[in-house]
Write a protein that binds this ligand. Sequence first.
Ligand code: NZQ
Ligand code: ZN
Length: 382
Amino acid sequence: MLNFRYYNPTKIIFGKGVVDKVGKETAKYGKKALFVYGQGSIKRIGLYDKVVKNLKEAGIEIVEHGGVKPNPVLSHTRAGVEIAKKESVDVIVAVGGGSVIDEAKAIAAGAVSDCDVWDFFEFKAQVKKALPIITVLTITGTGSEMNAGLVITNEEKKAKFGFRAEPLFPKVSFLDPTLTFTVPPNQTAYGAVDAFTHVSEVYCNRAKRGVPISEGIMETIMKTIVKYAPIAVKDPENYEARSELMWCSSLALSGITWCGVGDLTLPAHMIEHSLSALYDIAHGAGLAIVTPAWMRYMKERRREHLLDFAVRVFNVDDIDEGIKRFEGWMKSMGCPIRLSDANIPESDIDVIAQNAFELSKIWGMADFYTVDVIRDILRLCV
Ligand code: NZQ
Ligand code: ZN
């Protein structure tokens, strides 16, 4: 095993009806909460009323910051930071998916700092402290509920950047699989692809092969997602499928998978962020397009890793067949697998590659992932 450092302080409260404890847990961190949520799904499923009632019963004063959009944007985040500062909130309660939780994390950092919140994303400032964050997850995939990462789009710069900082681990995350029963089939599939690629990217880039514990965890997560995602797509209220997907997603980017195999490396994510920044497509949809192309591009350089992937995840002994099965699984759930499936013109490849290279530099990947390499990978998405 390679040396590693593992740290994950998020308390997970999992199961049916656990949201009833949100007030009690939040009260441990203060009396005034910023309640961050998205564009209406939590009102439609009756969760908004439940959370408000529960917080109030625990004596917590609520300040609202709703309207977070999927692929959350900097302007709305800055507005949240202003409210949090003006109202001097003690704690942030984020109810929603990765977008809501990510924006809540940025606000948590911005609220206790003097710099502009975007400075963190360009590594001009470091997050040394943050307001405590409580999350109630309503859609699975990103793992934001159990990690210290966040991704925000700067609309002016057309840049979707992300970073991780330890103070941004949520203190407590409530995971009730029944809250995801209403997630539509396409979003269910995109979330599954996202969680899957959080593992497959680590697996196919691992610096050390032959670490049975971490490889076993990764293979089990990938196989479990492959099995249960199509079930949840077809049968949205299948509790077993929703709960397996929920826990897999949380574990997938929690840090547990890359212990002893090398650092987290996310090249397909780096390229995908440009697709969602430029075309506002769902993150998981973009990954369904980029990840198989990345695998094809890396076939010679990652031959052993990709063969492990084909054999141990898709039960075939050929790399090309493994990638095909992976694509077929995503396609069967309605994901786009080519740029044209998402109405992204081939003629934009240069612009996308230039955009992605900015993140490649910020993430320290520019030695290998040059504009030319990114362009060649994108050509395999056609
Ligand atoms: O806006 P609302 O009302 O919340 O509706 C959302 C949104 O339209 C809806 N939805 C959520 N829960 C629902 C529901 N609809 C019906 N019933 C429910 N129970 O689903 C749509 C998508 O939600 P969103 O939060 O955008 O999805 P997701 O969780 O996939 O988050 C995507 C964002 O997270 C980032 C992505 O880049 C993207 O910006 N990521 C964050 C990561 C992290 N923090 O570690 C890692 C990932 O790689 C990813 O980059
Ligand atoms: Zn992702």
